[in-house]
Ligand binder design. Structure first.
Ligand code: FAD
Length: 354
């Protein structure tokens, strides 16, 4: 008999199971899809925190300060733990002066965690809490459910691009609410990215490469010609705004003079070339290039309400995107929250000091 059941073999669930095994327990991880990894496997693999806690608070002002403090205080030690499991670090830098952390190779990260997690039952979704063991919900939120996106996030849900692994359709939220857990604030908030609009063809393996991160250099308008000015380095405000515009679309009009500008490791012109090659509508004029983009919903930021021990209800714990209230009002690393609260959830569920 397992002494801990985990729903979801993505970042948070595999971390929880690996931590449980370190403590001598015998967890079982259920995974809905045919292989472990979830959105972690599709991600850029950058696990990060803000360098400065006040900045974290200022950028995510509606989040629960106790939960944010745990991510901030514990991430560095948890990154060392992750690396000790064999997760391959590509870079010990995030490429962003405001943050610190490490970039992992996502397939290697998924494989190292899956091997540390022990028994992972693929194609065996969990539908309800087990009778005899505590449950850790780590099903990755509801970013892949158009129905729940329509209910909580945007009337334009049929038009957004789902830029997330397909298994994350809100099972954790449903199971948790049915078991007496409460929803967190911010169920209407998502982390999203501008992506090349249809007829562009975007495979999951291209989610990172095809993101269009240059609103700061563009004039951004919706199809009514109304303008939006980005105000954040992550451009999450622009992508969230796009998700709520007609057909979740925006047009990024970039001066030719800005095509050589760098955003992290890419130039604006390279991002536009990639969108055009994928089939997005791109109009080139002597002074400007205009790209049609669509909001790509990557992960939901609201979920189940948890306390500092990741508890959502009796014998029920939630972590990763199933737990809300951390990045509310802004954006923070989903992988970092999954790592820190995955470990906390396992320890609390097993009666160890979290
Ligand atoms: C393209 C892309 C780039 C990203 N880049 C970054 C980045 O660089 N840094 C960062 O911090 N974050 C990034 N993210 C976000 C990050 O991947 C997520 O925040 C993180 O994976 C959340 O972890 P999780 O365990 O909650 O969900 P996931 O890792 O998605 O795992 C959830 C798992 O649960 C499974 N599941 C669903 N329902 C059930 C069920 N009923 N029973 C069993 N299993 C179930 C799913 O199939 C999935 O395997 C990115 C995401 C994407 C898509």
């Amino acid at each position: 008999m397992p002494d801990l059941v985990v729903a979801g073999a993505g970042m948070a669930g595999l971390v929880a199971a690996a931590e449980a095994r370190r403590l001598g327990a015998t967890p079982v991880v259920h995974e809905k899809l045919e292989r472990p990894g979830g959105s972690m496997r599709l991600s850029s693999g950058v696990v990060w925190r803000h360098r400065d806690f006040d900045r974290f608070r200022a950028e995510c002002p509606e989040g629960d300060e106790r939960l944010q403090r745990l991510v901030f205080d514990r991430l560095d030690a948890d990154l060392a733990w992750l690396e000790a499991l064999g997760a391959p670090v590509v870079e010990r830098d995030t490429g962003n002066p405001l943050t610190r952390g490490a970039r992992f190779e996502p397939a290697g990260l998924s494989a190292a965690l899956a091997s540390a997690a022990g028994e992972v039952r693929v194609r065996e979704p969990l539908d309800s809490p087990p009778d005899s063991a505590p449950l850790v919900l780590a099903t990755g939120g509801f970013g892949a459910s158009r129905e729940l996106l329509r209910e909580h996030v945007t009337a334009e849900a049929d038009h957004v691009m789902v830029r997330a692994a397909p298994g994350s359709t809100g099972d954790g939220l449903r199971i948790g609410l049915a078991a007496g857990a409460a929803p967190s604030p911010g169920l209407e908030q998502v982390y999203a990215r501008a992506m090349p609009a249809p007829p562009a063809h975007v495979e999951p393996a291209d989610f990172v490469r095809l993101s269009q991160l240059y609103a700061r250099h563009a004039e951004v308008t919706n199809e009514r010609g109304e303008r939006h000015r980005t105000a954040t380095w992550s451009e999450i405000d622009t992508a969230q705004w796009m998700a709520r515009q007609p057909r979740a679309r925006a047009w990024f009009r970039v001066p030719v003079a800005a095509l050589g500008e760098r955003v992290r490791d890419r130039r604006v012109g390279e991002m536009i070339d990639a969108a055009e090659a994928a089939g997005a509508p791109v109009r080139r004029e002597p002074e400007h290039v205009t790209v049609e983009c669509v909001a790509g919903v990557t992960t939901t930021l609201g979920g189940l309400a948890i306390g500092a021990q990741a508890r959502a209800a009796l014998d029920l714990f939630a972590c990763g995107a199933d737990a809300g209230g951390i990045a509310t009002g802004g954006y923070a690393s989903g992988l970092a929250a999954a790592l820190v609260f995955g470990r906390i959830a396992a320890r609390a569920a097993l009666g160890e000091s979290p």
